[in-house]
Design a binder for this molecule. Structure first.
Ligand code: SAM
Length: 281
């Protein structure tokens, strides 16, 4: 039974982290003309109105996208962050107020070129109905189904390059192992794929099982990036956001570090950003 709805969390600090990494990866991949298949295994709704009752209930974007938005005019000399904020600005109906926050399908569809492909998986019927209301380019396909199984079935793809985002809700603790096994299976079928995995940093530390299983799974190059808002033991709930990138584009670490040096002070005094190689050949 699926109960998670991303609208409750839209635009929070984890979305900021995840979508900045995604944006930087896509930006790099688009420098070359050869076509790319993008697969988003856990798509969610696509675009989130920030005045929706679910989003207003927790108002998490006030500790995420909003402080960045309010500081956007001071980021002109930070290329990655200013470009990312510029994309968000283009989505706002009235320009100056942050009224909508884009989810991963929007980030991917927005920059899709004619020969690229996009597959968006969403399992929750209500969330898939919401996604179906988003306008998508003709080379994007929505699939109401399991994104982990769907990913492995979709491989190999017909384009020379492949970029995958795996962004589960981790409602069940088994999902950590399922994600790791899927990543390993996908990388066996598409060794060149650039594959991104998001995971929450929670006091229970379940993400360690995911990381260890990936390290044992025969992957060659995995880069890890983590953004924390506070120390693990300070409060209950998610204290940080993690992203893994298998086969990261060259220079991604420097570009992210420079952007995150601007982001962390805006998210609070205790906010920290770290990145390292989790698996290196
Ligand atoms: N990727 C989205 C973004 O960045 O805007 C947010 C996705 S949200 C964290 C996770 C989504 O995955 C939820 O909408 C949930 O309904 C969906 N979901 C859960 N299990 C799934 C599965 N096995 N396959 C596809 N979607 C799933």
């Amino acid at each position: 039974m699926l109960s998670y709805q991303h609208a409750y969390h839209a635009g929070n600090f984890a979305d900021v982290h995840k979508h900045l990494v995604l944006y930087a990866v896509v930006d790099h991949l688009l420098r070359k003309p050869s076509p790319i298949t993008f697969i988003d295994t856990h798509a969610g709704r696509g675009v989130y109105p920030l005045d929706a009752p679910e989003t207003q209930r927790l108002d998490e974007y006030r500790q995420g996208a909003l402080p960045l938005w309010q500081a956007r005019h001071r980021q002109a000399d930070q290329p990655l962050l200013s470009a990312w904020l510029g994309e968000i600005a283009g989505l706002q109906p009235r320009g100056s107020r942050l009224e909508r926050y884009p989810g991963s399908p929007w980030w991917l569809a927005q920059r899709l070129r004619g020969d690229d492909r996009l597959r968006l998986f969403e399992l929750h019927p209500g969330e898939h109905d919401q996604l179906a209301q988003q306008a998508l380019p003709p080379n994007a396909q929505r699939i109401h189904g399991d994104g982990l199984a769907g990913l492995v079935q979709a491989l190999p793809v017909s384009t020379p390059r492949l970029c995958v985002l795996i962004d589960p809700s981790y409602e069940r603790k088994e999902e950590y192992a399922e994600v790791a096994d899927t990543v390993c299976a996908a990388m066996r079928k598409a060794r060149h794929a650039v594959l991104l995995v998001w995971y929450p940093l929670l006091p229970a530390g379940r993400h360690h099982a995911l990381l260890e299983r990936l390290r044992d799974g025969g992957l060659r190059k995995v880069w890890r990036s983590e953004l924390t808002l506070r120390q693990p033991g300070d409060e209950r709930g998610m204290y940080g956001s993690g992203m893994l990138v298998a086969n990261p584009p060259w220079g991604l670490d420097e570009r992210l570090a420079a952007a995150m040096a601007r982001v962390t002070p805006l998210l609070g005094e205790a906010s920290r950003y770290t990145a390292d190689w989790w698996v290196e050949e």
